[in-house]
Design a protein around this ligand. Structure first.
Ligand code: NAG
Ligand code: NAG
Ligand code: NAG
Ligand code: NAG
Ligand code: NAG
Ligand code: NAG
Ligand code: NAG
Length: 835
């Protein structure tokens, strides 16, 4: 122990960041002390979209002016502190105690400290404490910081019952069975208990508070979980990923350097022969870091010449994932999520220079978004998470990995407290680790591959303003996973959809319209749900919603909004026997007539068809029964029909001069908006007859390219099918006919809207115009950065313009006088405006 103290004093503290010191970084302490933040259920889920959302907020923060390289480094230095563990104090700490029973003592901390001080040192300041709010700060910290929480939670009996949640992956067959056996293998457990965790017994020499440094490892006293929680993990469709390793790989690639091994080693000479002079920073930041930990810890504790690599685990929920449980509590130095984070970080760090040479304005959020995406990838469809297995073989060579790992293990040995001393044979242990890593990465991860990914994902993205009207009678545990599922799939994000949560009690706002998935989750929590007034009042709700929607239309009139997003109002009702009063019906009708692009959907716990059929446009499709349970299971199957329906609603193209009043003499003139389509993707639009009911010979929509980009654009339109695409042309010229035209680099496609409602007696009976814009590229195209402006989600997006000419304003209310009130105001309006 005295030896260790001497060693630690030798660390110069000058450049070391607070997250590299062996006490909990001051800015992160509130994540472990403030009850609201300690409960992870109050923080946004740990998913890749949430991580990207928070990174975008930092990138958009006007006070932070850094590029991708600097941001990756800053994130690590500000928010990552690996290995923080709880230590049961010997005595009860009073409320006024100055001791916080958490410290970075888990093995992952020692590598982390080397990383921050020697391998990826940051000469920049860390990000200020106010960069993001406390919830997002703690979420980011927990997504980036690898640690194992082995505390007994009390729900361990359910660890074995969670096989249904094992990601979306298919049978892990043999591996899985073994894992499960391991969990209930008492002999293993006892052995593990005996081994204890003395190696974590931290001397704590450079910690400012003392008190539990010398007691037996607390976790021996407390008992341990059979399925400990792994921290620092985010959920992706392609397996759980340790985000700290991922970002570290990118940061190391951003300032790739050879680090002299003597700068890493804490004694003047190393124990080992054939050690390289230096390590390449990206190795210890990713793969070699974990492999070295496995070699040193297993090598000193297990005496097994074969180093075990890979520990499977699973989330304890299928939606809104927050807790990743390992299936074993021994050999947890290189778990599955760490393997994935290491490979992804290694690959992205390796290609970073060439990626940045394509566009040096690329953002970190974009790099992650392109890599964790079903199609296209980082300029090249090979560079995608679904292709991880092939990437791993392509980019990682066993000999380099072995020599880098051997050298780093020698250096780490002088930094990490171990329960023994390796006196020989480390080369063999390293070779075993590298071999086992390669075997495991090729055979055992079983993540969704690219073929299945593409077959199970659609080639269009939603931009929907989704308004959810929530009945607080639902149990939170049942409805929250369902909402989460919808929001993940409509991609609530800066470049995608928005969500607004309203109360079915009175239509009041619970969570304001937001494009930030993390903001939604921090605002809609269990406590918030419990505070809502329960019950459904359709009359009050619809009145308030109608007023809100009219205000939105007026705002769009002011903003000259021509279109680009769709809107859906989804009632999520648990109460039975929904009462529809005449007044409620009137409000629904006014919405129907004056907010024509708003699709109203109902998802109810029990069949309410008889009460609700008069409220919707399409009685066959717009009312669904959803049976949600408090275990949060079967959410996908249950909610998919609702999601499909939301996805069918096309993006609006509107005449902004109509507002909510539809003045009959108001025409749009010529107006346009810009939109973007991802290569190989398709955007769907819908134009309501409220803008073209009566004929105008000059009324048309014109689509033209307004930027460069790969491939051609195909424009299709139809009156009959909401999602027209090219192939439907084959079906002939019947009513379902789809007309398509290819748009060259110059010129445009014009769609004339002449006599479109001939033969239809009411506006509502006249069908919409459905238009699609598809980007057609050959599969293997390498994409380039053509869209570097802020409005582009991906740098390879293709930009085009949608122009409207001579759209009118027609509403059933004004023309047919269905609603007396509106008719009156229409008459008055006409009287005053035309005379
Ligand atoms: C960081 O901000 C939080 C909330 O604003 C505050 O409670 C905490 O004390 C701050 N930490 C430091 C070190 O100033
Ligand atoms: C998952 O585990 C955590 C921690 O034990 C618990 O708080 C949470 O309720 C669990 N979630 C589900 C869906 O079981
Ligand atoms: C439409 O969606 C985009 C993002 O997808 C958003 O920036 C814009 O504000 C939205 N517009 C409206 C009117 O909702
Ligand atoms: C929603 O936003 C409005 C104004 O932007 C604000 O007055 C209101 O308090 C917000 N409501 C909630 C629930 O955050
Ligand atoms: C979430 O809640 C915070 C604090 O109550 C509030 O400032 C913020 O506007 C809310 N966000 C949304 C989207 O409602
Ligand atoms: C809305 O319009 C449709 C016709 O498109 C009609 O079938 C439906 O009954 C209307 N709903 C209400 C509430 O007026
Ligand atoms: C059209 O259909 C054919 C045969 O089903 C298919 O091979 C082709 O890829 C499709 N084309 C498009 C553009 O979807």
């Amino acid at each position: 122990m005295y030896w260790f103290a001497v060693v630690l004093i030798a660390i110069p503290c000058g450049r070391a960041q607070l997250t590299a010191q062996s006490s909990l970084a001051p800015d992160l302490r509130e994540c472990y002390t403030v009850p609201q933040l300690v409960d992870r259920n109050n923080l946004p889920p740990t998913t890749m979209p949430v991580l990207i959302d928070i990174i975008r907020k930092i990138e958009d923060n006007p006070n932070i002016n850094v590029d991708l390289r600097q941001l990756a480094v800053l994130l690590l230095h500000t928010y990552r502190q690996d290995g923080i563990e709880f230590h049961q104090p010997e005595v009860n700490l009073g409320a006024a105690s100055t001791i916080l029973p958490f410290a970075p003592t888990f093995h992952s901390f020692y590598r982390h400290r080397l990383l921050l001080t020697r391998i990826i040192p940051g000469n920049l300041q860390t990000l200020s404490n106010t960069t993001v709010n406390s919830e997002l700060k703690c979420a980011l910290h927990h997504m980036l910081s690898t640690t194992v929480d082995a505390r007994l939670r009390g729900n361990e009996n359910s660890c074995n019952q969670l096989s249904q949640y094992r990601a979306l992956r298919t049978a892990r067959d043999v591996t899985l069975v073994e894992d499960d056996v391991e969990i209930i293998d008492l002999a293993t457990l006892k052995a593990a208990n005996k081994n204890g965790h003395m190696r974590h017994h931290n001397p704590k020499d450079d910690v400012e508070y003392a008190g539990f440094g010398d007691v037996k490892s607390e976790r021996q006293v407390l008992g341990q979980s059979t399925c400990p929680l792994l921290g620092g993990v985010v959920n992706t469709r392609w397996g759980a990923v340790s985000a700290g390793h991922l970002i570290a790989g990118i940061a190391a690639g951003a300032e790739l350097q050879q680090v002299p091994v003597l700068e890493l080693a804490k004694s003047s000479f190393l124990n080992y022969n054939n050690v390289q002079q230096s390590v390449t920073s990206i190795y210890p930041a990713t793969l070699s870091g974990d492999l070295a930990e496995a070699v040193l810890i297993q090598g000193t504790e297990r005496g097994n010449p074969s180093i075990s690599i890979g520990t499977a685990g699973n989330w304890n929920s299928s939606q809104a994932t927050r807790y990743y449980m390992l299936h074993s509590r021994i050999n947890v130095e290189m778990t599955d999520p760490e393997i994935r984070g290491d490979i992804d970080g290694f690959v992205l760090g390796t290609v970073l220079s060439s990626v940045l040479s394509a566009s040096n304005t690329l953002k970190l959020s974009q790099l992650l978004d392109m890599y964790y995406t079903p199609r296209n990838g980082v300029y090249n469809s090979n560079l995608r998470a679904c292709n991880r297995q092939a990437l791993s073989q392509q980019y990682i060579t066993a000999t380099n990995l072995a020599s880098e790992t051997y050298t780093f293990a020698a250096a780490l040995d002088t930094n990490i407290p171990l329960r023994g001393t390796i006196t020989g044979g480390m080369e063999d242990l390293v070779n075993s680790a590298v071999t086992n890593f390669q075997t495991y990465a090729s055979n055992n991860l079983n993540d969704l591959n690219c073929v299945t990914t593409e077959a199970t994902s659609v080639d269009y993205r939603l931009k929907t303003n989704l308004y959810i009207v929530l009945d607080a009678v639902w149990q939170f545990q049942a409805v929250y996973p369902a909402i989460s599922y919808l929001l993940d799939n409509i991609e609530v994000s800066k470049y995608g959809s928005s969500v607004t949560l309203l109360s079915a009690f009175d239509g009041s706002v619970i969570v304001n319209k937001t494009f930030s998935i993390s903001d939604f989750h921090t605002n809609y929590t269990f406590v918030r749900h419990q505070s809502l007034l329960s019950g459904v009042n359709m009359e009050t709700s619809l009145t308030n919603i109608r007023i809100m929607m009219h205000n939105e239309l007026e705002n769009e009139r002011t903003a000259n909004y021509v279109g680009g997003n769709s809107s859906v109002l989804l009632f999520l009702l648990s109460s039975g026997n929904i009462q529809i009063t005449q007044n409620a019906l009137d409000q629904a009708r006014i919405l129907n007539e004056t907010v024509p692009d708003l699709r109203i959907l109902f998802a109810t716990a029990t069949n309410q068809f008889d009460n609700l059929w008069s409220m919707v446009r399409d009685v066959h499709n717009d009312i669904k029964t959803v049976s949600l349970n408090t275990e949060g299971t079967n959410v996908e199957i249950t909610m998919n029909p609702v999601l499909d329906r939301i996805a069918q609603v096309g993006r609006r193209i509107i005449n902004p001069t109509c507002g909510s009043t539809y003045p009959s003499d108001s025409t749009s003139g010529t107006r346009q908006f810009e939109d973007f389509v991802e290569p190989g993707f398709i955007n769907y639009y819908a134009i309501s007859p409220n803008y073209f009911y009566q004929n105008n010979g000059n009324r048309r929509v014109r689509i033209s390219r307004s930027g460069v980009g790969s491939g051609s654009l195909i424009v299709c339109y139809s009156r009959a099918t909401a999602q027209p695409r090219q192939n439907a042309t084959l079906s002939g010229l019947d009513e379902g006919a789809v007309t398509c035209q290819t748009l060259a680099t110059t010129g445009n496609v014009e769609i004339g809207l002449q006599n479109p409602c001939e033969g239809y007696w009411t506006i509502n009976s006249c069908p919409f115009y459905y238009i699609s814009v598809q980007s057609s590229v050959t599969a293997s195209t390498s994409l380039s950065a053509v869209c570097t402006e802020n409005a582009c989600r991906f740098p390879y997006n293709v930009r085009y313009q949608v122009q409207i000419e001579e759209f009118g304003c027609f509403s059933s209310a004004a023309s047919l006088g269905v609603s007396v009130g509106l008719l009156l105001s229409a008459i008055l309006y006409n009287l005053f405006s035309s005379h």
